[in-house]
Design a protein around this ligand. Sequence first.
Ligand code: 5GP
Length: 114
Amino acid sequence: MAAETVFGKIVAGEIPVEILAETERVIAFPDISPQAPVHILVIPKSTEYRDVTELAAGDPGLLAELVSVAKSLAEEHAGGEFRLVFNTGAGAGQTVFHVHAHLLAGALEERSLL
Ligand code: 5GP
């Protein structure tokens, strides 16, 4: 089980966000500090997985569902072409240890680490 994170609080409804997509196991909401014209976070509701390697090993179907939700959002918000970024490890820029996909579309901000 991952330590409690800001995304756990979002899943629990303790921090309000604009929910852009939701399934039984996944939610998506805008990044609070967008690095591109479209910058959406797609996360599992489960707090069990700290990063994408743990998710891929523990529940590959849930990882596939994240990708599927990202694709639908990209079609809705960005004409279907997009980047998916999983920062994995603090040295790679991960700051929230609840696995999340950054769905990015359009030009990235200059010098963005994403
Ligand atoms: P990481 O650096 O772990 O790959 O990405 C974490 C992301 O979460 C960052 O892009 C950051 O802007 C975003 N973020 C952190 N706290 C919040 C929050 O309270 N609400 C939202 N919507 N995004 C957050």
